[in-house]
Structures are given as structure tokens and as C-alpha cells.
Ligand binder design. Structure first.
Ligand code: PCA
Length: 155
């Protein structure tokens, strides 16, 4: 199993969350909420209003998201779905745990450390003009910015 931190459309209540709950695609267990220890720019870009965490540590904000434990099958599906490694690359980042929700809510399941290493879909393949976009800290497709996510299936 693998720890993965999602900050975009895969979060609860966001347009691609259904993937995380589809047993045909593999297993994904919600573990808790956290934020990146390092700061990154999180922008909403392209015609699809796609959230991208840009691989520029130290610039931007601490990014909020959700921690899941996923199996090999789900990880492989997510790599394909996120067009990894072309559009995003899957990197390991340190995540500060803000809330933990282990199985049966047992506090013993919470890692002893306050941080956890997780896979994250970030990108080095961004356009320079994206650097002048708004840097978000907590992505919401339905936010007041009005930049509703449009699935590539609908584009
Ligand atoms: N999906 C991945 C990366 C950006 C996106 O929309 C995620 O939610 O973390």
C-alpha cells in the first residue's frame, strides 16, 4: 500500500472524488487531512481549469489536502488518469498531519510523527505564464474564483 496526498479534483466533494470510491479501480482508504510542509504554487490553469501544484518548493503557500492509503491497482489507475509522467509527475513530499481518521478512529493508528511522506502529483511541465496566476492554498472547483473544473472527457 502507498500513502498519497491529494490536493485537487480527487478530494472529497470535488469532481473526480468518485474515483477514490470506485472498487473496480482498486482500494483507497481515507486517512486524514494535512498540508504540505513546504510551500508550493497551486494554480488553476488551462481551458479545463485544472489544478496544478508546481514543482517550485519555497514559493507559494502550504497546500491543504487529504491523505489516502491506496493499493497498487489504484495507484496505477491514478498515474494513467493524471497523465503521469507527461502532465504531472508523481513525487514524494512531506505532509504535516492536521487531522487523522484511522480505522475505527483508533488514535493508535496515527503515525507517531506529526508528518508523513506521501506521493503527490506535482508538475515541472508548467508554462511560465502560470506563475502569474493566483496561488491557492486549498483547492475548490466550486470556489468564488468561478473556475469550474472541466473534465477532459467533456472538453
Ligand atoms: N488531481 C490530483 C492532482 C491534481 C488533480 O486534480 C489531486 O487531486 O491531487
Amino acid at each position: 500500500m502507498h500513502n498519497i496526498f491529494v490536493y485537487g479534483t480527487l478530494k472529497k466533494g470535488q469532481p473526480n472524488y468518485h474515483i477514490m470510491t470506485d472498487p473496480k479501480l482498486g482500494k483507497a482508504f481515507f486517512k486524514g487531512r494535512g498540508q504540505t510542509v513546504d510551500k508550493y504554487p497551486l494554480v488553476i490553469a488551462e481551458e479545463g481549469n485544472i489544478p496544478f501544484l508546481l514543482e517550485i518548493p519555497g514559493t507559494g503557500r502550504h497546500i491543504a489536502g487529504e491523505i489516502y492509503l491506496v493499493d497498487d491497482q489504484m495507484l496505477q489507475f491514478l498515474d494513467e488518469f493524471e497523465c503521469c509522467p507527461d502532465m504531472y509527475q508523481r513525487t514524494i513530499k512531506r505532509i504535516e498531519i492536521l487531522e487523522w481518521e484511522g480505522k475505527d478512529d483508533s488514535p493508535e493508528e496515527r503515525p507517531a510523527a506529526n508528518t508523513i511522506e506521501c506521493f503527490v502529483y506535482s508538475t515541472t511541465s508548467y508554462k511560465p505564464k502560470w506563475l502569474s496566476l493566483t496561488y491557492h492554498d486549498c483547492y475548490d472547483s466550486y470556489g468564488t474564483h468561478g473556475l469550474l473544473f472541466i473534465s477532459h472527457l467533456d472538453r
